[in-house]
Design a protein around this ligand. Sequence first.
Ligand code: C2O
Ligand code: CU
Ligand code: CU
Length: 443
Amino acid sequence: MGSAVAATPFSVEMPLPSTIAPTKSDSDTDYYYLHMRRTTAEIIPGLTTPVLGFNGSFIGPTIRARTGRTAVVVQTNMLDEPTAVHLHGAHAPAASDGHPMDLIQPGSQKTYIYPNRQRGATLWYHDHAHHMEAEHVYRGLAGLYLLEDPAEAQLGLPNGQFDVPIMLRDAQFAADGSMIWTLGDFQNRNTVLVNGRPQPYLRVAARKYRLRLVNASNLRAYQLRLGNGEEVVQIASDGGLLPAPYRTDTIPLWPGERVEVVVDFSKFPIGTQLVLENTYGDQDSNRSLMRFDVTWSATDDSTVPAQLAPAPELPPATYYRTISLGLNPATFQFQIDGKSFDPNRVDAYVRRGATEIWQVTNLDTAFGIPHDFHIHLVQFKVLDRNGAPPGPGESGWKDTVVVNPGETVRLQATFADYKGRFVYHCHLIDHSSEGMMAQMEVL
Ligand code: C2O
Ligand code: CU
Ligand code: CU
């Protein structure tokens, strides 16, 4: 089976999600107005797809916020279903976290306040209404929130038009262009979209680019390679810059994760075409994701310094928790600690300001199912994976981490500043939608 529609590979240009300017700004705050509504998009060339969109666009407008300045985002729900908007990766108060039960009813609005007191990072916002987030995100309720940090500006990394976000997600399309939604049906979501289009091309200059890779797929993991395994330089993970650049030819990217790389296209003659491959793909539409066409020469005074940002440092842990992820063989539901999400139950009480170590184990060896652990409110440090230290790509701040079948991953985080209830869950969001989610209360 698979996708009923096929587009000619590399026949459409990769779009960039539009950037939204603040409606107003004062000395320390920028104000944005967004709404959610039904709309249509041209995704497959020549076909019209009904979608859900922030401000009517299939990938919502990009918010460019600044470390140290507050962003106020007023969200109006013009859909006929409740929504909740979560800013993934943000350190924000509970009232602005988009908790799955803190809903915006149809016709209502809610004001989210993001203090942006954290390091520059590639964040993204998406729906989080309980039991509905998987379908809502699949149908389009996701957008980018790029937190720009004045401390980063001095490093000389590629910026402006040479700083390009690339959001990956998959879908299944019917012959008329509509998206087919079936919870859990990853086998048939065979078309990968790159910034909302299948297999686009991007014309680039023969110079360095910063690429911000975001996996907004519900269930699909990628393992990315450029051309014939060209070197890329990873500079950032979920929560911002790595301590030092990491040269590699392979980038794993699980749902919810972000990885930033610098690619130097000046190594290639004008006219070179480089395909971004997903080596986990099983057919062309999910394997050959996009193509970079090196088209013109350009001057380049950008650099990748040998030191990027201080390594994550945390106070010693004073509390330890163990968490298990797994399928309940009786009910066939994915669960955390053998329980499905219950909004009336608190699964973990955390002292505000405490530093804790969470030991997360994936019990699903029988079916070989990976899970993808995400905690709201904090950025964490990955201590080890089955006892071995994390690789260089996971040595910076993280908020989402894959836990493979049988694996135990230990994380350390400080739960600073904000009291209230926050969820943690599997970011294979078809799983969290079904209840693979729990909540902590910070006291
Ligand atoms: Cu993208 Cu609850 O998260
Ligand atoms: Cu989140
Ligand atoms: Cu899962």
